[in-house]
Design a protein around this ligand. Structure first.
Ligand code: ATP
Ligand code: MG
Length: 333
């Protein structure tokens, strides 16, 4: 095999750059020969060169892996200080080379995927079982009043599933690389008017007043379609979680860099401890309360996604029992 001469200094600097740990132990003397910068956190102190690895390495699991009488390679996963590491120990020419990788982000991702699938299945299971029993009842039912009642139940559950699938499709599209933000200049006042028109039917039950305070000639530079989805979600929430005769006020201000749009309501508000969680997928403040209103808890995660795709941020100020004000701030160029 052809060998390449690499300057030792360059190699050590490179190993110190790595976000992975490397420890080299001499098999015969059991002493430590090298530790890169990342791996130093696994040591008891900085005084390690030439010391027995068992005296210096601050983790029994790692020392037992090094001690293991191996042929080639040993692999294990271990939890240290709330992080998960993948440890590989290689045996090469009388040395043991220990490679430590922080795999916590992959674990978090794996868990999120599992949670997502179980949440979606759960959200579909309820409407499907209600739908199934409504259809079974309809097979036997002769009374037109009862038939209408069960058809209404079935329709409501179909709408609920349709809403969930639509939200999932929006999220999937937002997450795919192809779906980039396509910014253009357009009139925000007009966009809010269109959203109000679309959601007018939801205001009747509690007699909610929708107020568009965005100046008539307010021009914004954003992805019109995506921002419309985000603002529609905020206005829909402001209507759904409002009180009898409540108000929803949309406003926007501009400075030299940003546009800040606010959607304010006079509704039930959000408890302080829930505020950091409302933008998480499937999170609902009070599941029984929200289930009556019929949400799936995806709306605000879509809003967050769209805002971040615009390199902006979204946040909320809220007082329980008094109302909430959601803000979207995006760069105006
Ligand atoms: N304006 C608001 N006032 C009070 N609570 C709110 C408001 N907006 C959102 N919330 C709370 O935050 C939760 C998450 O909102 P989100 O829009 O993500 O989901 P949802 O409205 O339940 O369902 P979806 O939007 O998917 O139909 C809601 O269930 C509700 O408890
Ligand atoms: Mg919502």
């Amino acid at each position: 095999m052809k060998t390449v001469n690499i300057n030792e200094g360059i190699l050590i600097t490179f190993l110190d750059f790595l976000k992975e740990g490397i420890i080299i132990v001499d098999e015969e003397s059991k002493t430590i020969e090298f530790v890169n910068r990342f791996a130093k956190k696994f040591l008891k102190n900085e005084d390690y060169v030439g010391k027995n690895f068992k005296e210096v390495i601050d983790n029994d699991y790692i020392t037992s892996l090094i001690s293991y009488n191996q042929d080639k390679e040993v692999k294990a996963e271990v939890n240290i200080d709330n992080q998960k590491y993948l440890i590989n120990v290689y045996k090469i020419e009388g040395k043991k080379i220990i490679h430590l990788q922080d795999i916590t982000p992959f674990e978090v991702y794996k868990q999120a995927k599992k949670d997502f699938v179980s949440n979606v299945s759960h959200e579909l299971k309820t409407p499907i079982s209600v739908l199934k029993s409504a259809v079974e009842t309809l097979e036997e039912e002769k009374d037109p009043v009862m038939i209408k009642k069960f058809l209404d139940i079935a329709k409501k559950r179909i709408d609920q599933m349709d809403h969930l699938i639509n939200d999932l499709l929006i999220l999937a599209r937002l997450e795919s690389q192809e779906d980039q933000v396509k910014k253009e200049h357009y009139n925000l006042h007009k966009q809010i008017e269109d959203i109000f028109e679309d959601l007018k039917h939801l205001t009747q039950e509690k007699n909610i007043t929708l107020i568009n305070q965005v100046p008539k000639n307010f021009v914004i530079y954003a992805d019109e379609q995506k921002l419309s989805i985000a603002l529609k979600n905020l206005v829909e929430n402001a209507i759904k979680y409002n009180k009898q005769d409540g108000k929803v006020i949309v406003n926007a201000v501009k400075d030299s860099k940003n546009v800040t749009i606010s959607v304010e309501d006079t509704g039930i508000g959000i408890p302080e401890e829930s505020i950091p969680l409302v933008f998480e997928r499937f999170y609902r403040v009070d599941k029984s309360r929200s289930r009556n209103i019929g949400g799936t808890g995806l709306g605000l995660s879509i809003v967050k996604h769209i805002t971040e795709a615009h390199k902006g941020k979204v946040w909320v100020e809220s007082k329980l029992g008094k109302g909430s004000k959601f803000y979207i701030r995006i760069p105006n160029s």
